[in-house]
Design a protein around this ligand. Structure first.
Ligand code: SF4
Length: 278
């Protein structure tokens, strides 16, 4: 059985940067280091950070003093204001691609558009973006019907950075008849788009795909969904322990891909375990 791994699967630039900032802070500071929510959507990495003294919090009362790291997903500006008032040192690890989406949302709002974000309403990145338009943005789930949406004079649309390009295109098509004027800003990040393209290419050639990454990771879930969309048998796992030998019976080729929040060592463990299932 041949095992193929998507080139550049795993950590993207934004996640690498956030993790480096967190570990550097933990090394440098004598004080406690916190992250606002889990730094990334990968439980194994969050656990490693905890061992180094970097703890996730989402309640300001739990921070008496220390350094707080804003994760790559960004933060709602009102929460940031409250944090700054408490004189807690802030290290901003918001990914530049997320910052770009925040700025686009604000600009569209200033230009008089009803802002819409295509993505998941409960995702921290989307919740943060909402803060840049005073909570007045609509969140449109790409999988739900757009039938009940009202008609808008001017609608300005952006995407959650990890959305798939196809889902964004399809949603935009559906929104065309919902507005007199539709302005679209493609805010999908390059790393996500590249990983999705490479994953689709590999998934179309192999007998089965293994997608590695947090079950709570939006972009990992999307990779699994894309593979399943090609009708390639696909398993989404967090660690090698979840692999089952019977999945590989009769398979001659297996592809491995990983979300942008999956560390290399987890991908390597999975690849080695798959080889042992041969
Ligand atoms: S997936 Fe894209 S937007 Fe998200 S942290 Fe990585 S580079 Fe930034």
């Amino acid at each position: 059985m041949k095992v193929f791994v998507v080139k550049k699967a795993g950590f993207c630039f934004g996640v690498k940067r956030a993790i480096k900032l967190a570990f550097d802070c933990a090394k440098r500071k004598n004080e406690k280091v916190f992250t606002w929510g889990p730094l990334i959507h990968n439980p194994q990495v969050v656990e490693n950070l905890k061992k180094k003294g970097v703890c996730a919090v989402e309640d300001l009362r739990k921070i008496k003093k220390g350094t707080l790291i804003i994760r790559s997903h960004g933060i709602h500006p009102k929460i940031l204001e409250r944090i700054k008032k408490r004189k807690i040192e802030v290290v901003d690890a918001t990914c530049p691609f997320v910052k770009r989406a925040q700025k686009k949302a604000r600009l569209l709002s200033h230009q008089g558009y009803q802002v819409a974000v295509v993505g998941e309403a409960d995702h921290p990145e989307v919740q943060g973006i909402m803060g840049y338009v005073n909570g007045s943005a609509l969140v449109i789930n790409q999988n739900r019907s757009k039938r009940n949406l009202p008609h808008f004079e001017r609608l300005g649309v952006i995407a959650q950075t990890t959305l798939s390009l196809d889902a964004f295109k399809q949603t935009i098509g559906e929104l065309l008849e919902k507005a007199d004027e539709l302005k679209v800003c493609n805010t999908i990040c390059h790393a996500t788009a590249r990983a999705q393209r490479a994953t689709l290419k590999l998934a179309s050639k192999v007998d089965m795909m293994i997608v590695v990454g947090g079950h709570n990771s939006a972009n990992t879930n999307r990779l699994a969904k894309l593979c399943k969309g090609l009708r390639t048998p696909t398993h989404h796992i967090e660690t090698a322990k979840e692999l089952r030998r019977n999945w590989f019976k009769g398979k001659t080729s297996v592809g491995v891909t990983a979300g942008t929040s999956t560390p290399d060592w987890l991908i390597q463990e999975v690849v080695e375990s798959i080889r042992k299932c041969n």
